[in-house]
Design a protein around this ligand. Structure first.
Ligand code: KIV
Length: 274
Protein backbone atom coordinates (compact mmCIF):
# COMPACT_ATOMS: atom_id res chain seq x y z
CA UNK A 1 0.00 0.00 0.00
CA UNK A 2 1.37 3.41 -0.96
CA UNK A 3 2.09 5.69 2.01
CA UNK A 4 0.43 9.11 1.94
CA UNK A 5 2.84 11.98 1.36
CA UNK A 6 2.84 14.52 4.20
CA UNK A 7 3.08 18.14 3.04
CA UNK A 8 5.75 20.19 4.88
CA UNK A 9 4.05 23.05 6.74
CA UNK A 10 5.34 26.52 7.58
CA UNK A 11 5.49 25.42 11.25
CA UNK A 12 7.71 22.45 10.27
CA UNK A 13 10.04 24.91 8.50
CA UNK A 14 10.08 27.18 11.58
CA UNK A 15 11.11 24.18 13.72
CA UNK A 16 14.21 23.66 11.53
CA UNK A 17 16.08 26.64 13.07
CA UNK A 18 19.72 25.64 13.57
CA UNK A 19 19.12 22.12 12.20
CA UNK A 20 19.76 20.42 8.86
CA UNK A 21 19.84 23.26 6.27
CA UNK A 22 16.52 24.00 4.57
CA UNK A 23 16.72 23.32 0.82
CA UNK A 24 14.68 25.77 -1.23
CA UNK A 25 14.31 26.65 -4.92
CA UNK A 26 11.93 28.80 -6.87
CA UNK A 27 9.38 27.06 -9.12
CA UNK A 28 6.87 28.64 -11.45
CA UNK A 29 5.41 25.76 -13.47
CA UNK A 30 3.79 22.32 -13.08
CA UNK A 31 6.60 20.23 -14.68
CA UNK A 32 9.37 21.95 -12.69
CA UNK A 33 7.41 21.51 -9.45
CA UNK A 34 7.02 17.78 -10.29
CA UNK A 35 10.78 17.45 -10.85
CA UNK A 36 11.85 19.40 -7.72
CA UNK A 37 9.27 18.27 -5.16
CA UNK A 38 11.21 15.20 -3.91
CA UNK A 39 14.47 17.12 -3.52
CA UNK A 40 13.54 20.31 -1.70
CA UNK A 41 11.87 21.33 1.56
CA UNK A 42 10.40 24.54 0.18
CA UNK A 43 9.29 25.78 -3.24
CA UNK A 44 8.96 29.54 -3.66
CA UNK A 45 6.73 30.87 -6.41
CA UNK A 46 8.84 34.00 -6.53
CA UNK A 47 7.81 37.22 -8.20
CA UNK A 48 11.09 36.71 -10.11
CA UNK A 49 8.70 34.82 -12.44
CA UNK A 50 7.97 38.22 -14.03
CA UNK A 51 11.61 38.44 -15.18
CA UNK A 52 12.48 34.76 -15.63
CA UNK A 53 9.41 33.56 -17.56
CA UNK A 54 7.70 36.75 -18.71
CA UNK A 55 10.74 38.81 -19.76
CA UNK A 56 10.04 41.89 -17.61
CA UNK A 57 13.05 44.04 -16.66
CA UNK A 58 12.24 43.88 -12.89
CA UNK A 59 9.94 41.99 -10.54
CA UNK A 60 7.60 45.00 -10.64
CA UNK A 61 6.06 43.33 -13.72
CA UNK A 62 4.41 40.70 -11.48
CA UNK A 63 0.68 41.01 -10.72
CA UNK A 64 -1.51 39.23 -8.18
CA UNK A 65 -3.18 37.31 -11.02
CA UNK A 66 0.22 36.21 -12.39
CA UNK A 67 1.33 34.98 -8.94
CA UNK A 68 -1.93 33.10 -8.41
CA UNK A 69 -1.78 31.38 -11.83
CA UNK A 70 1.81 30.21 -11.23
CA UNK A 71 0.97 29.28 -7.60
CA UNK A 72 -1.84 27.04 -8.84
CA UNK A 73 0.48 25.35 -11.38
CA UNK A 74 3.15 24.68 -8.72
CA UNK A 75 0.59 23.33 -6.24
CA UNK A 76 -0.70 20.91 -8.94
CA UNK A 77 2.86 19.64 -9.43
CA UNK A 78 3.94 19.32 -5.80
CA UNK A 79 2.73 17.07 -2.99
CA UNK A 80 5.47 17.33 -0.36
CA UNK A 81 7.24 20.69 -0.35
CA UNK A 82 6.08 23.71 1.61
CA UNK A 83 4.87 26.06 -1.16
CA UNK A 84 5.27 29.80 -0.54
CA UNK A 85 3.86 32.37 -3.00
CA UNK A 86 5.33 35.88 -3.27
CA UNK A 87 3.09 38.90 -2.75
CA UNK A 88 3.81 41.16 -5.74
CA UNK A 89 4.63 44.86 -5.43
CA UNK A 90 1.44 46.89 -5.08
CA UNK A 91 -0.52 44.14 -3.32
CA UNK A 92 0.38 44.87 0.32
CA UNK A 93 2.14 48.22 0.92
CA UNK A 94 -0.90 50.50 1.25
CA UNK A 95 -2.46 49.08 4.44
CA UNK A 96 -2.80 46.02 6.65
CA UNK A 97 -6.31 45.50 5.23
CA UNK A 98 -4.97 45.47 1.64
CA UNK A 99 -2.21 43.03 2.66
CA UNK A 100 -4.64 40.64 4.36
CA UNK A 101 -7.07 40.73 1.40
CA UNK A 102 -4.26 39.95 -1.08
CA UNK A 103 -2.75 37.20 1.10
CA UNK A 104 -6.22 35.61 1.56
CA UNK A 105 -6.77 35.62 -2.23
CA UNK A 106 -3.39 33.95 -2.81
CA UNK A 107 -3.96 31.22 -0.21
CA UNK A 108 -7.62 30.57 -1.08
CA UNK A 109 -7.04 30.44 -4.85
CA UNK A 110 -3.80 28.41 -4.81
CA UNK A 111 -3.92 26.32 -1.61
CA UNK A 112 -0.29 27.29 -0.86
CA UNK A 113 1.15 27.01 2.66
CA UNK A 114 2.38 30.60 3.11
CA UNK A 115 3.05 33.96 1.47
CA UNK A 116 6.25 36.03 1.31
CA UNK A 117 6.63 39.80 1.23
CA UNK A 118 9.58 42.16 1.10
CA UNK A 119 10.51 44.69 3.79
CA UNK A 120 11.29 45.05 7.49
CA UNK A 121 10.20 47.76 9.90
CA UNK A 122 8.10 49.35 7.10
CA UNK A 123 5.88 46.27 6.61
CA UNK A 124 5.83 44.85 10.17
CA UNK A 125 2.17 45.92 10.56
CA UNK A 126 1.21 44.08 7.37
CA UNK A 127 3.06 40.91 8.47
CA UNK A 128 1.40 40.96 11.91
CA UNK A 129 -2.06 41.43 10.33
CA UNK A 130 -1.60 38.56 7.82
CA UNK A 131 -0.31 36.26 10.60
CA UNK A 132 -3.29 37.28 12.81
CA UNK A 133 -5.56 36.25 9.90
CA UNK A 134 -4.06 32.75 10.17
CA UNK A 135 -1.74 32.90 7.14
CA UNK A 136 1.96 32.08 7.68
CA UNK A 137 4.37 34.75 6.38
CA UNK A 138 7.98 34.52 5.21
CA UNK A 139 9.88 37.82 5.46
CA UNK A 140 12.50 39.11 2.98
CA UNK A 141 15.18 41.65 3.93
CA UNK A 142 18.54 42.82 2.57
CA UNK A 143 18.50 43.37 -1.18
CA UNK A 144 14.81 43.71 -2.05
CA UNK A 145 14.24 43.33 -5.80
CA UNK A 146 10.90 45.20 -5.62
CA UNK A 147 12.89 48.29 -4.50
CA UNK A 148 15.70 48.24 -7.10
CA UNK A 149 14.33 51.20 -9.05
CA UNK A 150 14.08 53.23 -5.81
CA UNK A 151 17.57 52.00 -4.74
CA UNK A 152 19.14 52.82 -8.13
CA UNK A 153 20.06 49.20 -8.95
CA UNK A 154 20.91 45.85 -7.34
CA UNK A 155 23.02 47.02 -4.36
CA UNK A 156 24.60 44.63 -1.85
CA UNK A 157 23.48 45.42 1.71
CA UNK A 158 25.39 45.56 4.99
CA UNK A 159 28.42 47.54 3.77
CA UNK A 160 28.09 50.45 6.25
CA UNK A 161 27.47 50.47 10.04
CA UNK A 162 24.23 52.44 9.45
CA UNK A 163 22.99 49.86 6.97
CA UNK A 164 23.92 46.97 9.31
CA UNK A 165 21.94 48.66 12.10
CA UNK A 166 18.95 49.02 9.73
CA UNK A 167 19.18 45.32 8.80
CA UNK A 168 19.21 44.32 12.49
CA UNK A 169 16.11 46.48 13.08
CA UNK A 170 14.39 44.93 10.04
CA UNK A 171 15.16 41.35 11.15
CA UNK A 172 13.88 42.08 14.68
CA UNK A 173 10.69 43.68 13.31
CA UNK A 174 9.92 40.77 10.96
CA UNK A 175 10.51 38.21 13.73
CA UNK A 176 8.43 40.16 16.27
CA UNK A 177 5.58 40.50 13.72
CA UNK A 178 5.32 36.70 13.68
CA UNK A 179 7.00 35.58 10.43
CA UNK A 180 7.94 31.86 10.40
CA UNK A 181 11.16 32.40 8.41
CA UNK A 182 13.22 35.13 6.80
CA UNK A 183 14.90 35.39 3.39
CA UNK A 184 18.18 37.36 3.52
CA UNK A 185 19.22 38.43 0.02
CA UNK A 186 22.39 40.11 -1.30
CA UNK A 187 23.95 40.88 2.08
CA UNK A 188 27.61 40.83 3.22
CA UNK A 189 28.40 37.31 4.46
CA UNK A 190 29.35 38.21 8.04
CA UNK A 191 26.23 40.36 8.42
CA UNK A 192 23.98 37.54 7.16
CA UNK A 193 25.64 35.21 9.69
CA UNK A 194 25.05 37.76 12.46
CA UNK A 195 21.38 38.12 11.46
CA UNK A 196 21.03 34.32 11.53
CA UNK A 197 22.45 34.14 15.08
CA UNK A 198 20.22 37.02 16.17
CA UNK A 199 16.75 35.77 15.18
CA UNK A 200 14.98 32.65 16.47
CA UNK A 201 13.33 31.95 13.09
CA UNK A 202 15.19 30.20 10.25
CA UNK A 203 16.99 32.42 7.74
CA UNK A 204 17.10 31.41 4.07
CA UNK A 205 20.08 32.91 2.26
CA UNK A 206 20.52 33.98 -1.36
CA UNK A 207 23.79 35.78 -1.96
CA UNK A 208 24.17 35.75 1.83
CA UNK A 209 26.05 33.09 3.89
CA UNK A 210 26.38 29.32 4.27
CA UNK A 211 25.69 30.00 7.97
CA UNK A 212 22.04 30.77 7.11
CA UNK A 213 19.56 28.07 8.17
CA UNK A 214 18.81 27.31 4.51
CA UNK A 215 19.54 28.41 0.95
CA UNK A 216 17.44 29.38 -2.05
CA UNK A 217 18.28 29.95 -5.72
CA UNK A 218 16.18 30.82 -8.76
CA UNK A 219 15.66 27.51 -10.58
CA UNK A 220 16.46 28.85 -14.07
CA UNK A 221 19.75 30.35 -12.78
CA UNK A 222 20.66 27.10 -11.02
CA UNK A 223 20.20 24.89 -14.10
CA UNK A 224 21.92 27.31 -16.49
CA UNK A 225 18.82 28.47 -18.39
CA UNK A 226 19.26 32.17 -17.67
CA UNK A 227 19.98 34.00 -20.91
CA UNK A 228 20.78 37.41 -19.44
CA UNK A 229 23.35 38.26 -16.73
CA UNK A 230 23.89 35.57 -14.07
CA UNK A 231 24.59 37.10 -10.62
CA UNK A 232 27.83 36.23 -8.75
CA UNK A 233 26.00 34.33 -6.01
CA UNK A 234 24.55 31.79 -8.48
CA UNK A 235 26.18 28.40 -8.93
CA UNK A 236 25.10 26.73 -12.18
CA UNK A 237 24.62 23.01 -11.47
CA UNK A 238 23.75 22.26 -15.12
CA UNK A 239 24.11 23.90 -18.54
CA UNK A 240 20.60 23.73 -20.01
CA UNK A 241 21.35 26.72 -22.30
CA UNK A 242 23.67 24.44 -24.30
CA UNK A 243 21.29 21.47 -24.10
CA UNK A 244 18.38 23.54 -25.47
CA UNK A 245 20.34 25.36 -28.19
CA UNK A 246 22.03 22.13 -29.37
CA UNK A 247 18.66 20.31 -29.47
CA UNK A 248 17.09 23.21 -31.44
CA UNK A 249 20.00 23.22 -33.91
CA UNK A 250 19.77 19.42 -34.46
CA UNK A 251 15.97 19.60 -34.89
CA UNK A 252 16.30 22.46 -37.40
CA UNK A 253 18.88 20.51 -39.43
CA UNK A 254 16.73 17.34 -39.45
CA UNK A 255 13.56 19.23 -40.50
CA UNK A 256 15.46 20.97 -43.33
CA UNK A 257 16.98 17.69 -44.53
CA UNK A 258 13.61 15.84 -44.18
CA UNK A 259 15.15 13.25 -41.81
CA UNK A 260 12.57 14.23 -39.16
CA UNK A 261 9.98 12.81 -38.83
CA UNK A 262 11.51 9.38 -39.54
CA UNK A 263 9.80 5.96 -39.49
CA UNK A 264 9.63 5.89 -35.65
CA UNK A 265 7.63 9.11 -35.47
CA UNK A 266 4.93 8.57 -38.14
CA UNK A 267 1.85 6.32 -38.22
CA UNK A 268 2.06 3.37 -40.59
CA UNK A 269 -1.29 1.63 -39.94
CA UNK A 270 -4.49 2.06 -37.92
CA UNK A 271 -3.10 0.09 -34.90
CA UNK A 272 -0.43 2.74 -34.18
CA UNK A 273 -1.11 4.75 -31.05
CA UNK A 274 -0.17 8.42 -30.63
O1 KIV B 1 11.27 36.20 -6.30
C1 KIV B 1 12.18 35.44 -5.95
O2 KIV B 1 12.63 34.56 -6.69
C2 KIV B 1 12.74 35.63 -4.61
C3 KIV B 1 13.94 34.81 -4.24
C4 KIV B 1 15.11 35.25 -5.01
C5 KIV B 1 14.18 34.79 -2.78
O3 KIV B 1 12.26 36.43 -3.87
Amino acid sequence: MATAVVRISAEMIRARKGGVPIVSLTAYTYPIARLLDDHVDLLLVGDSVAMVLHGHKTTLGASLEMMIAHGQAVMRGSARACVVVDMPAGSYETSAAQAVASARRIVEETGCQAVKLEGGVDVAGQIAAIVAAGIPVMGHIGLQPQSVEKDGGYKIKGRTPENVAALLRDADAVEKAGAFSLVIEGTIETVAAELTRRVAIPTIGIGASSDCDGQILVIDDMVGLTVDRVPKFVKEYADLRSVVTEAAARYAAEVRSRTFPGPGHVFSNDKDKA
